[in-house]
Ligand binder design. Structure first.
Ligand SMILES: C[S@@+](CC[C@H](N)C(=O)[O-])C[C@H]1O[C@@H](n2cnc3c(N)ncnc32)[C@H](O)[C@@H]1O
Length: 398
């Protein structure tokens, strides 16, 4: 029955949660697993209408936070001590009731505190909105939320093929920039481009590149052929991924580490911020100019596209690969079937990718893409939590 509680399942979920609480050691992976189990407990506890109501919690939290950040209310709350809604209303020139109503929503969800009626103070969670990462990530959520709400209108006015057309993305449609690709759309607005790049830096902290493929294990083979570039990060963004990889491969084991991206991204990176890295403007829709590197990395690139485009991008790298070159694809690997309590990030990421004519892939989809481009899948290196992984491929044996 949809609305009855399966007590056995609920007790099991509660016991799993309690065991994780008792073993919790404060590390971010353990915390992510703990939160997931708390979510799971909720899913098994609520009835059908409760599930619908939960969506109201989420949209009002986002809307209230958007008001608090965009009007400057949040920034006017002192980092030490308290402030009343009356003082805040004068400071931002808004009706006091707006502040009280928005603050109730966020404080009740643990973001900031109402110390006395209509008197507020920050806590660690409200201050997280001022961190460089939190600030930009929240802007990205608001931007994406706006575009996601236009999806029904998009599907009413577009064909099935349009969804696969890079110049007809739902994101460009939402911003009245149809005709431009997603990256042309974000580049059309410097603030949006900055938001995108800063969000990626934050994502790198949330979903790191290390902990899957063992980059340190390549030391001997790279040192044996030092003239071959160690790694080419294709569409590498601001270079933070190559900086992380240097923790396992200091200074690229003495061989070149090359960062490729679009010219406007590359030009904006100060060279001193990415030591031991060579910058190179390159369009991954053209053949790869760096030949026979030990590693070619495509991290969070293929999820921006549907399969035919991915095959084109991979083929452009294959044309430069030598017999022992590896292609590493860092993306989520979507489970073949979803289950209640699955890590949710892979699914929201996949849905978000639809906005820019992209898609997260299953293992079998990766295998098809690689096969069509002349590669074979060697191994999928999973992360210890969630669906993030590195897919390793090499040229097909002759
Ligand atoms: C989702 S980001 C991933 C960045 C980085 N690999 C990471 O994991 O943080 C995609 C990157 O691809 C770059 N990009 C988009 N189109 C490109 C193209 N045609 N050629 C080269 N880079 C491109 C973007 O500028 C962006 O930095």
């Amino acid at each position: 029955m949809a609305n009855s509680i399966d007590t056995t399942t609920l007790v099991k979920a509660a016991e799993d949660f309690l065991a994780s609480v008792k073993n919790f050691d404060g590390n971010p992976i353990a915390r992510a697993a703990l939160v997931k189990q708390a979510d799971n407990l909720r899913y098994h506890s609520e009835d059908g209408f409760g599930t619908i109501l939960r969506q109201f919690d989420g949209i009002h939290l986002t809307a209230a936070m958007n008001v608090l950040t965009s009007t400057g209310i949040l920034v006017k709350i002192p980092t030490e001590g308290t402030i009343s809604s009356n003082e805040l209303a004068k400071a931002v020139n808004l009706d006091e009731s707006v502040i009280q109503r928005a603050m109730r929503i966020v404080c009740a969800q643990g973001i900031g505190e109402e110390r006395a009626p209509n008197v507020y103070a920050h806590n660690a969670k409200s201050l997280a909105y001022f961190d460089e990462g939190g600030k930009w990530f929240f802007k990205c959520i608001i931007d994406q939320d706006f575009a996601l709400k236009q999806l029904p209108r998009y599907f009413k006015t577009h064909t099935r093929d349009d969804l696969l057309d890079r110049t007809k993305s739902p994101y460009a449609f939402a911003h009245n920039l149809e005709g431009k690709t997603y990256y042309e759309t974000i580049s059309a607005d410097p603030e949006r481009l900055e938001m995108f790049n800063k969000t990626l830096v934050q994502m790198e902290k949330t979903v790191p590149v290390l902990g899957m493929f063992p980059f340190s294990s390549l030391k001997t083979e790279v040192a044996a052929e030092p003239d071959r570039p160690f790694i080419v990060d294709v569409g590498g963004g601001l270079g933070e991924v190559l900086m992380s990889i240097q923790k396992e491969a200091p200074a690229g084991f003495g061989s070149k580490m090359i960062l490729q991206d679009r010219p406007d991204v590359i030009d904006a990176i100060p060279s001193e911020s990415i030591p031991h890295v060579t910058k190179m403007a390159h369009d991954f829709f053209t053949p790869q100019p760096v030949r026979n590197a030990h590693v070619y990395l495509l991290r969070r690139i293929l999820h921006d596209f549907y399969d035919p485009v991915c095959i084109e991008i991979v083929k452009n790298i294959v044309s430069a690969m030598g017999p022992t070159s590896r292609l590493l694809i860092g993306d989520f690997v979507v489970p073949e079937q979803s289950h209640i309590g699955d890590d949710f990030m892979v699914y929201w990421m996949d849905f978000s990718m639809m906005m820019l004519t992209g898609q997260e892939k299953t293992a079998s989809q990766f295998e098809k893409i690689l096969n069509a481009a002349g590669l074979e899948l060697v191994k999928i290196w999973p992360f210890r939590f969630g669906a993030q992984a590195i897919v390793e491929a090499r040229l097909k044996a002759a």
